[in-house]
Design a protein around this ligand. Structure first.
Ligand SMILES: [Fe+2]
Length: 335
């Protein structure tokens, strides 16, 4: 890691604070601190990223429901496993497919989080993968849901979210949109908007911006930016940064794998045991690596359980030593 070079070095203990006191690094960390998001170019070599994209499309085809990457008309809910309106495939053990673990274990991806947290002892989320199909006419519409993924009652930098982009992703190709710089105004926002009625959420770690909230951000002169990326680029954002994803407008699909890591030192043994159970059952989690919420492999389709089921991945992961550490299992202490 490059030596920090700032007069504020005395408060820096190697772990980013994202509060204006961090040193200058002359790399993407400066973007993250200033803007609340950053792009790490080439975290995965382009050819390998395109290989992961190929496997991700093959997974969608493997259900045998009719989806074919060469037939744009096959982008239809009846021909695909259940993918939500935001593009997320959450079930069918998909978060544990071999290629998903391959992406999570990539040195350039996990290495970025090592730089932020100043440790190699990290665990990774078992989060969803995202299919942003370009031909969405038959798919449920994806309306904006600007939000931050953090409880307003727990301020400060707590979580760095990430996604690896697998296909060319330009201004019209859908994907992540962020409110640049909104992370640093989060506390002020919540003080000013304390009386604003909350948009209902299933977890306190999610805050949705109302119309008045969006006006507040606009009044501060903040702009929304559609993040652009090449295959293999890693996008990271502070959970306080307002964000959502937008649908593709042209013919280029968007494929992404969510990757979020946190230091093992920040989680309890109980968290690690719950995470181990999720791993062994090949269940997904949210972006929180401590597996606070564990999902199910059974999707809901048309109001009932999907008859298409899969409780193990199409291709089981073969974990590297590093990949296995990221499950958290090696950090569980014997009783
Ligand atoms: Fe989010």
């Amino acid at each position: 890691m490059a030596a920090p070079s700032s007069a504020l070095q005395s408060v820096y203990d190697g772990r980013l604070k994202v509060d204006g006191t961090d040193p200058v690094f002359n790399d993407w960390r400066d973007d993250l601190v200033r803007d609340g998001y950053a792009v790490i170019k080439g975290a995965i070599p382009r050819d390998r990223a395109l290989g992961y994209a190929d496997k991700m499309l093959a997974l969608a085809e493997s259900f045998g429901l009719g989806y074919d990457r060469n037939d744009r008309d096959s982008v239809h809910p009846d021909k695909l496993p259940v993918i939500n309106e935001k593009g997320m495939l959450l079930h069918y053990a998909a978060p544990h497919e071999d290629f998903v673990w391959g992406v999570r274990s990539e040195a350039g991806v996990v290495g970025a989080f090592e730089k932020v947290f100043n440790t190699e002892d990290l665990i990774v989320s078992f989060d969803a993968i995202n299919y942003g199909f370009s031909n969405r006419t038959c798919m449920p519409s994806n309306k904006p849901w600007p939000h931050q993924d953090q409880d307003p009652a727990k301020p400060g930098f707590r979580c760095l979210q990430g996604l690896v982009n697998l296909l060319p992703n330009g201004p019209n190709d859908g994907g992540l949109i962020v409110c640049k710089g909104g992370h640093l105004l989060s506390e002020e926002f919540h003080k000013d908007m304390i009386d604003e009625e909350r948009i209902p959420a299933w977890t306190p770690e999610w805050y949705g911006y109302t119309e008045a909230g969006m006006k507040w951000l606009e009044g501060k002169g903040l702009e929304w930016v559609k993040v652009e990326a090449e295959p293999g680029d890693l996008l990271v954002w502070d959970s306080r940064t307002p964000h959502y994803n937008v649908p593709a407008k042209e013919t280029q699909d968007r494929l992404a794998i969510y990757t979020c890591y946190m230091p093992v030192a920040d989680v309890s043994q109980e968290d690690l045991l719950r995470k181990k159970d999720a791993f062994e059952k090949r269940l997904g989690t949210t972006h929180w690596p401590n597996a606070r919420h564990v999902g199910t492999n059974t999707a809901k389709r048309n109001g009932g359980d999907d008859i298409v089921t899969r409780d193990r991945p199409l291709n089981e992961p073969v974990l590297s030593e590093r990949g296995f550490k990221l499950t958290g299992i090696p950090y569980i202490k014997a009783n």
